[in-house]
Write a protein that binds this ligand. Structure first.
Ligand code: NOJ
Ligand code: CA
Length: 520
């Protein structure tokens, strides 16, 4: 969940831990096991919490450490696990370490960050660019040196070759493990280590004035700033800290290539799980989706966290074509992901089939938008408040306005509008989660891809269960392995009547639909 936008208990328009606690029954009812909370630590908020000023406290906007303890206690009472978001690539520029680094260039905190003299022409030390626009280097006028930031200038990158930084993070991990968290989502896990020689990244396309920051970032091959081999050793070290607590490390890992991604798992010695984020960035591209899902699943099935949307991407229903078409496709892909092993995630509001929220141009809050006029890649659309009901503020806040002001959602797009309706998206996702709980072979039995002579029809058998996904715009026939197969879930709307029916030797998978079958 995106903490700022899930539930606001005190009416100031900003989501908080007390609000989350009061809404945990929704997660329980939906059937989820685990909740990942985005950062709630003290932060000046230049990147809405991903600029952390103190790793071991709670921002007053979200509550207190006591509220966090109450939230964890209540989550456990309901049988939910809690994962928090650790941001080790960069701190806030307001963090005391960076303030000390600025104040004393000869002091011990200087080497917590990457400082370099200007290039011969006085410009930045190399050609690296930030994810949110502009160069990845900012000049400190006082010392005459540049510091590195792969995101905003207010998010200076930590220097992970400094053993003191590693020690600090061991202590931070331990602090939260002692408070009972079950795991950490590791922000920008592929970014921590940098090329020791700071070589220029190869240029793929020339930069043009006014280029969208995401396009500008993609104009380089990130050979030297991201996905460096020494990242893996950092996570092997972390395992020594978290393993005694049985806490889980889940990386936000950027690589789309299955082989590069699997390095972070290191056969169980480094990150327990890595997000496979390519599907979360895709529009409706059936071939690419097919190749990606198959490739990653076949390589390291149990270490992948699957998702098609999060707080950084447009919502899947929007990207996949909008309206009911987009919603149906999103449920179809999610259904298939529920059969791939590993750990599937839903993003708040995805269970309602929500499309992007509508934020007026003058109200945009994401720095991608506010700092790059005209940029189209801003992330506010997925960050608007959770739609609980159709009262003012959609039940998110009792205050006059949410921090990110957006057009209200219709009753049909809210929890209240869907909860009693068996044909709603909410109840479809709820049934899907239940099926995954009931049929454990879906999660951990040996997986075998079936030959389907249709390139857009994917079918995976895991002993007693079979999950099929037809990414084609036309129905497709699937020949079933021998056995008595029954349908237990279909992502197609109006499928209720077919659930539980025994199937013939061939089943027709409707267009852009996934089915889950169980052998009797
Ligand atoms: C990934 C996070 O999900 C995103 O929201 C954030 O802006 C960047 N990392 C930088 O921390
Ligand atoms: Ca609040």
């Amino acid at each position: 969940m995106y903490v700022r936008s899930f539930a606001d208990a005190n009416g100031d328009g900003i989501g908080d831990l007390a609000g989350i606690r009061s809404r945990l029954p929704h997660l329980k009812h939906l059937g989820v096991d685990l909740v990942w909370l985005t950062p709630f630590f003290p932060s000046p908020g230049f990147d809405h919490g991903y600029d952390v000023a103190d790793y071991c406290d709670v921002d007053t906007a979200h509550g207190t450490l006591a509220d966090f303890d109450d939230l964890v206690t209540e989550a456990y009472r309901l049988g939910l696990r809690v994962m928090i978001d650790l941001v080790p690539n960069h701190t806030s520029s307001r963090h005391r370490w960076f303030q000390a680094a600025l104040a004393d260039p000869t002091g011990p905190y200087r080497a917590y960050y990457h400082w370099h003299d200007p290039a011969a022409d006085g410009g930045p030390p190399n050609n690296w660019v930030g994810h949110f626009g502009g160069p990845a280097w900012t000049l400190d006028q006082v010392s005459g040196q540049y510091y590195l930031h792969l995101f905003l200038p207010e998010q200076p990158d930590l220097n992970w070759t400094n053993p003191a930084v590693a020690d600090e993070f061991d202590a931070i991990l331990r602090f939260w493990c002692e408070r009972g968290v079950d795991g950490f989502r590791v922000d920008v896990a592929h970014g921590l280590a940098k090329d020791p020689w700071l070589r220029d990244n190869p240029v793929l396309q020339p930069l043009t004035a006014g280029m969208d920051p995401i396009a500008a970032f993609a104009a380089f091959e990130h050979r030297y700033d991201l996905d460096q081999n020494p990242n893996v050793a950092i996570f092997r070290r972390w395992r020594r800290v978290v393993d005694p607590y049985r806490a889980v490390l889940l990386g936000e890992t950027g690589p789309h290539d299955p082989v590069r991604l699997a390095r972070y798992h290191d056969e169980g010695r480094a990150l327990h799980l890595t997000f496979y984020l390519r599907p979360a960035w895709m529009t409706w591209q059936p071939m690419q989706l097919r190749d990606g899902l198959r490739g990653v699943q076949s390589l390291s099935p149990h270490s992948v966290a699957w998702t098609i949307e999060n707080h950084d991407t447009d919502r899947a229903a929007t990207r996949f074509g909008g309206g009911d078409t987009g919603r149906r496709r999103a449920l179809a892909v999610t259904t298939f992901m529920f059969g791939l092993g590993g750990l599937p995630f839903l993003f708040q509001g995805q269970e309602l089939g929500n499309e992007n929220g509508l934020v007026a141009a003058g109200r945009l809050a994401d720095p991608i938008s506010t700092r790059n006029p005209g940029a189209t890649s801003g992330r506010d659309g997925s960050r608007t408040a959770m739609a609980w009901d159709d009262t003012a503020g959609n039940g998110f806040t009792t205050g006059p306005v949410a921090w990110l002001e957006a057009a209200p959602r219709d009753l049909a797009d809210t929890v209240a509008g869907q909860i009693e309706d068996p044909a709603s998206w909410l109840n479809a996702y709820r049934r899907l989660i239940k099926v995954r709980r009931q049929h454990r072979d879906l999660v951990d039995a040996q997986a075998r891809w079936l030959d389907t002579d249709n390139g857009l029809l994917l079918a995976l058998q895991r002993t007693s269960v079979l999950v099929a996904c037809n990414l084609d715009g036309r129905p497709a026939d699937l020949t079933l392995p021998s056995g008595n197969w029954a349908l237990v879930f279909s992502s197609a709307p109006d499928s209720a009547a077919t659930i539980g029916t025994d199937l013939e030797a061939t089943v027709t998978v409707p267009a852009e639909t996934s089915l889950i079958l169980v052998a009797g």
